[in-house]
Design a protein around this ligand. Structure first.
Ligand SMILES: Cc1ncc(C[n+]2csc(CCOP(=O)(O)OP(=O)(O)O)c2C)c(N)n1
Length: 280
């Protein structure tokens, strides 16, 4: 178990290194929103999601939907780690002619199960896939990762009602509860608190975890459905910008690019040399 956890910790660091390189070479992107979900993606893809990079459209596969599609850097990085994408493509993210754009496109990239970016849409799309899975008596799960700010969208709660009504226990939703949305704190815009009670009152099995704790993520993912016959949601307390000290929990890093000095600090904190920025 300890060996497994050490490996996952290494995977997480590598994932954050790749994310930084992608953002640096693209000259932009939502890095802080991506750093927030590194552990969740590493544990999910290493241990739980049943997918096969050599058969990305295999019908029985589990689905993964990044409903907070602006964190595309995180999705591209984990898909490349898992062999869905050529790693060399990562350094050309957001460049002309590359299929890795600012938001993920399911028609262009293997391993992407929904084109997302307009918040509040990936989750209902995933609920529809889960309903289809039940109707066709397939056994796959649908994992959907969404933002907390995204939970202010009405479409999230319409879909939550539908999922409960149809007993979609094949859904595992994860809320990246980093308490920030774009450039302000959730509590200054439209508080969601108490978020777990809200989901429970919509009929969902809920669990609150520390979203950077590999063990807690793993325990939660291995315990679904939390309530028999009900959809499950994991509320993961996270820190936006996790892993780069000056980005952590600082709203402006939703959009901002680091200057030269800030790049130097980030490289040090991510155990990278400047030359590493040229390769993945
Ligand atoms: C429907 C819609 N409205 C606005 C935006 C612009 N937008 C992009 S990211 C973002 C903040 C989202 O906050 P959250 O879901 O908490 O994500 P995180 O803070 O983790 O990046 C907003 C408002 C959008 N992409 N879609």
């Amino acid at each position: 178990m300890e060996v497994e956890e050490n490996k996952l910790e290494k995977d997480v660091l590598m994932l954050r290194q790749i994310m930084f390189k992608v953002m640096y070479n693209a000259g932009g992107g939502h890095l802080a929103s991506s750093l927030s979900i590194a552990e969740i993606l590493a544990v999910l893809y290493e241990k739980y999601i049943n997918v096969n990079p050599s058969k990305p459209d295999w019908e029985e596969r589990d689905r993964f939907i990044l409903s907070k599609g602006h964190a595309s850097i995180a999705l591209y990085s984990i898909l490349a780690q898992k062999g869905f994408l050529d790693k060399k493509l990562l350094l050309k993210t957001c460049q002309k002619g590359n299929s890795l754009g600012g938001h993920p496109d399911m028609l262009k990239l293997p391993g992407v199960d929904a084109s997302t970016g307009s918040l509040g849409h990936g989750f209902p799309f995933g609920v529809g896939i889960a309903f289809g899975g039940k109707l066709s008596k397939k056994d796959f799960k649908v994992y959907i990762l969404m933002g907390d700010g995204e939970c202010q969208e009405g479409s999230i709660w319409e879909a939550a009602i539908f999922a409960n009504q149809h007993k979609l226990d094949n859904i595992v939703a994860i809320v990246d509860y980093n308490k920030l949305q774009a450039i302000d704190f959730i509590d200054n815009v439209g508080s969601l608190s108490p978020l777990d009670e809200k989901w429970r009152s919509f009929g969902w099995g809920t669990r609150v975890i520390e979203g950077h704790d590999i063990q807690q993520i793993s325990d939660a993912l291995s315990s679904v459905p939390f309530v028999k016959g009900k959809p499950s949601v994991i509320i993961a307390n996270t820190t936006k910008g996790k892993g780069i000290s000056y980005m952590e929990n600082v709203p402006i890093w939703h959009y901002r690019m680091p200057d030269e000095n800030e790049v130097k600090i980030a490289l040090k904190e991510l155990c990278l040399e400047r030359d590493d920025l040229k390769y993945i």
